[in-house]
Design a binder for this molecule. Structure first.
Ligand code: TPP
Length: 385
């Protein structure tokens, strides 16, 4: 049996729209076929895949991840504090290395301990070894959607070894596309003056622009401040998953025509900067995405510890380097509003320089599931452009 084709057919029967992939040599053909069969989003880090898949689910569509076993190690926090807590069904096909005829010593620890890690984390999983196990993939997809939880499908190289297919498809379409790298140093002039606004004040200034809009809001105090200023069902408050705000925003933006705003933070973006490249890679599909980067140069929510953005790293430049062409810096009320109104449709990033100061605001009273369900309903029925 052609097990790769069979697997793709099984996945297709679950009406999956997107394949989010990060390669492993053992599943190169599977990924090639997935790219032909679904909207393909290549990832730079597996963890961002959990964020993007969450956004896709929130916006009513389905995605599947295809990654290597080590990628679970890279994604564990997002898996637990986002996908498990908010009950997000994400099937994850895992090329399970380190357990069968493994030639790379470094693959062994993660592969060996993976079932125990998943078990301890209560993440549902199945193990697939033999060609005869193929229907277990279907069962795993079924329970993934029934339980509404991420579900790991661990597939041993032994399984793929048994695959029989006539011709080897090219793994990369030949010839390679023309290579071009976008360089742009035409940045907004560096702001040398001291920022005058707090994050709270900046959100207040933006509140008229984001009212009735889809807003994904960063972990910690930014979400609490947004709740205090403008609570609305179309706000998705992150309770965990540090670094996933823009990834969730991208997932939602890929599935709706409506404007999607992300309130991100400098520390959060710096922990997962690769998302900027993933956004620019699919830029023509997420023109509706705006990142409002609240740059206070600190981990505001954990006590204002300085980040590398405080003095060394220009995050607008970073976004440009990653290929986001529409960017701007702003630190004054009128500049923020003008910036938002004049910055061409994106994906775009408005770097808002604010003071490292937190407002004294309450906790968000909703559970993760309440946040999710309110948001999903708002997306279906009310949030408009
Ligand atoms: C994996 C992980 N590491 C660290 C934390 C603690 N933490 C919560 S918010 C945060 C910093 C957020 O800073 P930033 O994104 O710049 O937003 P700000 O609060 O400054 O607006 C950190 C380090 C966490 N929740 N998860």
């Amino acid at each position: 049996m052609d097990l790769e084709k069979k697997t793709i057919e099984l996945i297709k029967s679950f009406n999956i729209d997107f394949a989010l992939t990060l390669p492993c040599a053992k599943i190169k053909r599977l990924i090639y076929l997935a790219a032909e069969s679904f909207t393909h989003i290549p990832l730079s880090r597996e963890e961002e895949g959990i964020g993007i898949a969450t956004g896709i689910h929130l916006a009513g569509k389905r995605s599947i991840l295809m990654i290597q076993s080590g990628g679970i190690g890279n994604s564990l926090n997002a898996l637990l504090s986002l996908a498990m807590v908010y009950h997000i069904p994400i099937p994850i096909i895992i090329s399970w290395r380190g357990i069968y005829k493994e030639g790379i010593e470094a693959q062994i620890p993660m592969g060996k301990y993976l079932p125990a890690i998943l078990k301890a984390a209560k993440i549902p999983f199945v193990e697939i070894h033999k060609a005869t196990d193929v229907m277990q993939i279907e069962q795993a997809l079924k329970t993934c959607y029934e339980k509404s939880l991420p579900t790991a499908i661990l597939i041993s190289p032994e399984f793929w070894e048994k695959s029989k297919f006539k011709e080897e498809e090219p793994i990369i379409k030949s010839p390679f596309p023309e290579r071009s790298i976008y360089f742009n140093i035409g940045l907004t002039e560096a702001i040398l003056s001291k920022p005058t606004l707090t994050r709270y004040q900046a959100i207040e200034i933006l509140s008229g622009e984001i009212q009735d809009k889809i807003v994904i809001s960063n972990i910690g105090i930014p979400s609490k401040e947004l709740f205090d200023i403008l609570d609305q069902p179309s706000n998705f408050y992150m309770l965990g998953s540090f670094g996933m705000a823009s990834a969730i925003g991208l997932g939602v933006a890929l599935c709706t025509e409506k404007d999607v705003f992300v309130i991100d933070g400098d520390a959060s973006l710096l922990t997962n900067p690769n998302i900027l490249g993933t956004i620019s890679q699919v830029g023509d599909r997420c023109q509706n995405l705006t990142i409002l980067l609240m740059d206070n140069g600190t981990c505001g929510s954990t006590g204002n510890q300085l980040t590398i953005a405080y003095k060394q790293v220009d995050l607008e430049f970073l976004a440009r380097v990653y290929g986001i062409k529409n960017t701007l810096k702003a630190d004054l009320p009128e500049e923020i509003l003008r910036g938002l109104r004049t910055l061409p449709k994106g994906p775009r990033l408005l770097q808002i320089i604010v003071k490292p100061e937190n407002a004294n605001v309450k906790n968000i009273p909703y559970t993760a599931r309440q946040i999710k369900e309110r948001f999903q309903n708002a997306l279906l029925f009310s949030a408009n452009n």
